[in-house]
Ligand binder design. Sequence first.
Ligand SMILES: Cc1ncc(COP(=O)(O)O)c(C=O)c1O
Length: 374
Amino acid sequence: MTLFDVYPLFDINIVKGKGCHVWDDHGTEYLDLYGGHAVISIGHAHPHYVEALSRQAATLGFYSNSVVNTLQQQLAERMGHACEYEDYSLFLINSGAEANENALKLASFYNGRTRVVAFSKAFHGRTSLAVEATHNPKIIAPINANKHVTFLELNDTEAARAELAKGDVCAVIIEGIQGVGGIRVPDAAFLRALRTMCDETDTVLILDEIQSGYGRSGRFFAHQHAGIRPDLITVAKGIANGFPMGGVLISPKFKPVHGQLGTTFGGNHLGCAAALAVLDVMETEHLVDNAARVGARLLEELRALPGIKEVRGEGLMIGIEFAEPAQELRRRLIFEQHVFTGASGTNVIRLLPPLCLTTDEADEFVSRLRKAMV
Ligand SMILES: Cc1ncc(COP(=O)(O)O)c(C=O)c1O
């Protein structure tokens, strides 16, 4: 059997990681400004994480969701405290798409409606409703095109008002900061207006914080910069530093019904041990503050560079937009400067490093970017 060829791959075999660095099988070291697509939150192979996962694997890797799992309870408590949503409850699954599927399902159970408002350039995942709410017709198969979703321009308050006034919208789903769409930050005023309109029309407000959450923006959640509280918040990526896990944070207005939601693997013992270790490290190493501080410096330095059209973002979620295609620059960064970055469309380079990035590493990146740009 061979692999189903769905990804255009760089011919590099990464075999080892430490902090914000990875190594290939020839021993070449790379600076990781990509974090394996925003997944590595506390850094590669953090000793506390390694120890916690190894201990859990040696004790109990998995048991079913039909029995009490105190690790899940601890995780809900610790996460609620860390993100200041202590009154919310937590449903655990295995990926970002699954988190959004369950959030949309909960919303529809709640108000009985079926229409969804999403935004231009949104990415919410590749399954069923998550992909339908993703603004990319190329990845929506005919079986997913079920006309549930209306796309509006980001930050167009009047368009959102007109759509929600129809009174039949189940949920508005919006990223805390658009990631795949090229690092686009929704206006705080727009988020606040959405919150009010959703309240007025009994529409569920879902904040997809899968890429922008878990400290990346310099607050635990990007929407917290705008001071709003959504009804549902979805998380994944950085939650367990690479162990597949997703979650939905659920406001007290939703009442659980046995059997409505469920999963075999979600919230398994190994995943919870990984997620608890992530919270330990985020706390002891003050990684949310670090993302704010190092991110602010990086944004400032990048904005001072010539030859760049625009630099967007918050904390350690940064998009560098060029006037021309940036694929060749990204290749040079990898193969000549040994730096991993992400891409978005043709012209944007995305930075999604581990949240433990130091100022020295940030400066080193800027220096290598300069060299790659000449
Ligand atoms: C904002 C956002 N939502 C959802 C997803 C889907 O997550 P997953 O790939 O874990 O299903 C992603 C993945 O990139 C994302 O960036």
